[in-house]
Design a protein around this ligand. Structure first.
Ligand code: ZN
Ligand code: MN
Length: 481
């Protein structure tokens, strides 16, 4: 099937939202929710005669990311002008980096490990570079049907890092995992909060092997990237099937109609007339600076994942998922270290709760663990109550919503009136009733291993989750035999 092989390369623009000021001026970089066109100055408006000055912290942040991604940092480089005319770009050029004509990117190479269905794959990077963000264009409805365009220059001059991968991804799923891993690494470096609206924009290059590629521009979220890729692959395959020739072109992802639309046949690099930005001095990064940044870099997800396997004896799978969200992993470590009586089994239980019921609740409520009211001592208390036999795991699952609202575990238990039932005499009566009512399942008992689980489930139903599963299991076995 090599003639239908998919080739995907990504260009990911990340806004360094944790910087206090823009890339070449001292305007506040916290522009979200502010009145349009109020956070601007002659530099980021591109007024004639204004001169850019590099933000030193942006160099520090770029260094952090380069180290985290294993890029080779270019210790001397200068900025270039990338020329094009568009309403979001008042100077008619974007200050960027260029890795040709004597220019250099910020960092070359590097890689991110993705894991799909238990298999590891290295996604190699071509380069990362710094550039300024253009202004924000606001369309009424969709870009194709809007009768006018509004421009908000508050975003103009924000710091972007562009991460360019090699064209080595083979499916939308690989691209999605790449982006999730990248987001995680960015979170660990502390340079940006990619949950902020508009903080990440992806251009995706897609082709079917042997054919020209199309570039889908400005996809605004990771979820949309996967959708756009799937749609575009299907479009290209259909065109080839009908004997149509594909062309190299730039397309737009319309996330309302969920289709890509041809915008223009691909501009070529020479159209940008790259040339050195003479208004900025060359940047020199010395080894000492790099060493200092390296020292301050926190433990990265890959290293943390290995440590979680050793220190807490979590499986590779568990540690990988837990570590992906730094906040969740921090919560885990704080929680298990709070309780000195916790052992290996409890680490696993703690991890299960975070990855299962709690993550589900956070997803459903569109929240991060840090902006929920859950405290680690609550989860500790919940697990201790299960361990002490006061409640069953089944009862505890019913408490998640209350717990996430910050209510104390003892209050939740008291209010619910639920407790574990382990008394054999009480349970024996319930087991007898259940067996009588479910003769068909009992008949199945010898041939079907799932019959026992089904009977335990019925006992749970009858006791509203309060029956101790182990005691119940033994009683059913005894009674049937
Ligand atoms: Zn400014
Ligand atoms: Mn770019």
């Amino acid at each position: 099937m090599s003639d239908t092989e998919v080739i995907i390369g990504l260009e990911v623009h990340i806004q360094l939202t944790n910087l206090k000021t823009k890339l070449f001026c001292s305007c506040n970089s916290d522009y979200r929710g502010k009145e349009q066109n109020t956070i601007v100055c002659p530099i980021c408006l591109g007024l004639p005669g204004s001169l850019p000055v590099i933000n030193e912290n942006a160099i520090g942040y770029a260094t952090r990311l380069a180290l985290a991604l294993d890029c080779k940092i270019n210790e001397e480089f200068w900025f270039f002008r990338k020329n094009y005319f568009y309403p979001d770009l008042p100077k008619a050029f974007q200050i960027s980096q260029y890795n040709k004509a004597g220019g250099k990117a910020f960092g070359d190479g590097g890689h991110i490990t993705i894991r799909l269905d238990g298999e590891k794959k290295e996604i190699s990077l071509d380069r990362i570079h710094l550039e300024e963000d253009p202004a924000r264009l606001v369309h009424k409805g969709s870009i194709a049907s809007s009768p006018y365009t509004l421009v908000d220059y508050n975003r103009s001059g924000m710091t972007l890092i562009e991460i360019v991968t090699n064209p080595v991804m083979k499916s939308p799923e690989e691209a999605r995992d790449f982006l999730n891993q990248l987001k995680s690494i960015v979170q660990y470096t502390g340079i940006a909060d990619l949950d902020l609206e508009g903080s990440v924009r992806v251009d995706a290059n897609i082709s079917i092997k042997g054919n020209p590629r199309s570039e889908v521009k400005n996809i605004n979220s990771f979820k949309e990237v996967e959708r756009a890729l799937k749609w575009e692959i299907q479009r290209q395959r259909n065109a080839l099937k009908r004997g149509k020739e594909l062309i190299q072109e730039t397309r737009h992802w319309d996330d309302k109609r969920r289709v890509t639309i041809g915008l223009r046949t691909k501009e070529f690099e020479k159209d940008y007339r790259y040339f050195p930005e003479q208004d900025l001095v060359p940047i020199n990064i010395d080894k000492k600076f790099i060493e200092e940044v390296k020292k301050e870099l926190p433990e990265m997800p890959n290293a943390r994942m290995k440590r979680f396997q050793e220190q807490y004896q979590l499986s590779e799978f568990d540690s990988e998922i837990l570590v992906l969200d730094k906040n969740l992993a921090d919560f885990f470590e704080k929680g298990v270290q709070q309780n000195k009586s916790f052992g290996l089994d409890d680490y696993k239980t703690y991890c299960n709760w975070l990855m299962g019921d709690i993550s589900r609740w956070l997803n459903d409520n569109n929240k991060n663990i840090n902006d929920s009211k859950l405290k680690s001592n609550q989860l500790n208390e919940l697990i201790m109550n299960i361990n002490d036999g006061k409640i069953t795991g089944k009862i505890a699952k019913g408490f998640v919503d209350e717990m996430m609202k910050g209510n104390s575990i003892s209050d939740i238990i008291k209010k619910s009136g639920k407790k574990r039932i382990a008394d054999e005499a009480t349970l024996y009566k319930i087991v007898e009733e259940v067996l009588k009512e479910n003769l068909d399942i009992v008949k199945d008992y010898n041939g079907n291993p799932r019959a026992l689980e089904a009977l335990i489930g019925k006992c749970m139903q009858k006791t509203r989750g309060q029956a101790d599963p182990n005691v119940t299991r033994n009683l059913i076995k005894k009674k049937i035999q």
